[in-house]
Design a binder for this molecule. Structure first.
Ligand code: PLP
Ligand code: COI
Length: 340
């Protein structure tokens, strides 16, 4: 690193780090873990990831805590989810042990890129698996590459922890009703680009997708789940076409601990009239508060934040989650892996 990074002002972008970690699956087994200092991958031009989208990934974060220790949040949950995503598109599932070892190795090797405590930034960990066999027929690869790269990041939405406007657009679906939405498959994100760009052009931070079958219920919010606070109840969509967010799962637990009731169920668009708070939640988004939800097709606007500030419940949940990740609050559920 030639110059010191401006830790307090990082965006959610790519910054090169020193090393990445790789492992290849060939001849029916995973090979040795390799450390690489190259940002490039050498692959066959007929690899299945390039032609038929055989690619799955994860996103998790490492934090420098108040006590100086490094904590990785919910590593085991991400390990299980990437294996589930891989099975979903007929890729070789990565074992939990391999995932764990490679993630910890990548973090340790790039320790100098973990943003300091108090900067508000973190080290984003991006594990990805690629189908590598050279073939032109549409069938699963027999060879895979699993790799873990890391990069220091700031807030996903440039506004940080400030309410932003999101929109509903019926013109686009991200996934099909029984499709790949429940898995973290690269193709889902390609399918979201057109809607996402249109939303950004119109001044919105993200699209709140509706269920692709009936377009009646809320699904998820760009690269994040959605939750709302309605009369002291944490409500979040139940759907077969959304990614099971590990952040949402964590916030649900924290909400229950705070005495809130939790309902995971279908949420109709009309219900947005009666909510007091809302947020997009995910590893990158954390809990990003929502100011207003605009239904582009009907012109209806649901104002969530009257004064432009995050509401009290979203704020309390955000602070609690960050507190656990930074070692300021006790980790009673054992969510953090401390990197020694
Ligand atoms: N939904 C989608 C489509 C996502 O890309 C993400 C990000 O990972 C999430 C939800 C949130 O999941 P998590 O909280 O596990 O990061
Ligand atoms: C994450 O929150 O980790 C994600 O994967 C979102 C990402 C697509 C930016």
């Amino acid at each position: 690193m030639t110059k010191e990074l401006d830790w307090n002002n990082l965006s959610f972008g790519y910054i090169p780090t020193d090393y990445n970690v790789r492992c290849r699956y060939t001849d029916g087994h995973w090979g040795e873990i390799e450390v690489s200092d190259s940002e490039y991958i050498n692959m066959h031009m007929a690899a299945t990831c390039l032609h038929y989208g055989q690619e799955v990934f994860e996103g998790l974060k490492a934090f420098r805590g108040k006590d100086g220790k490094i904590r990785i949040f919910r590593l085991d949950e991400n390990a299980r989810r990437i294996a589930s995503s891989a099975r979903g598109i007929k890729m070789q599932p990565i074992t939990e042990e391999l995932f764990r070892e490679m993630v910890i190795k990548a973090v340790k090797l790039n320790e100098r890129f973990i943003p300091p405590y108090g900067s508000g930034a973190s080290l984003y960990i991006r594990p990805l698996e690629l189908g590598m066999s050279a073939q032109i027929g549409v069938h699963p690869s027999t060879e895979y590459l699993f790799m873990v790269m890391v990069t220091p990041v700031g807030p996903y939405f440039k506004e940080g922890f400030k309410p932003t406007n999101i929109c509903i657009m019926r013109e686009f679906d991200r996934v099909a009703p029984k499709g790949t939405g429940r898995w973290k498959v690269g193709g889902n994100y390609a399918a979201s680009l057109e809607a996402g760009e249109k939303a950004h052009e119109l001044g919105y931070s993200a699209v709140l997708y509706l269920d692709p079958r009936e377009k009646k219920y809320l699904d998820e919010c760009g690269p994040a789940n959605f939750f709302a606070i309605k009369d002291g109840v944490y409500i979040t969509p139940e759907s077969e076409s959304i990614l099971p967010s590990i952040t949402n799962k964590s916030l649900i637990q924290l909400a229950q601990d705070m005495g809130l009731k939790v309902e995971r169920r279908h949420i109709t668009i009309d219900e947005l009239e009666h909510i007091q708070e809302a947020a997009a939640c995910g590893t990158a988004a954390v809990a990003s508060p929502v100011a207003e939800i605009d239904d582009i097709d009907t012109g209806k606007k649901y104002v969530v934040s009257q004064d432009g500030n995050p509401g009290p419940v979203v704020t309390a949940l955000y602070n609690k989650l960050r507190g656990i990740q930074l070692g300021e609050e006790p980790d009673v559920y054992g969510w953090n892996t401390i990197v020694e």
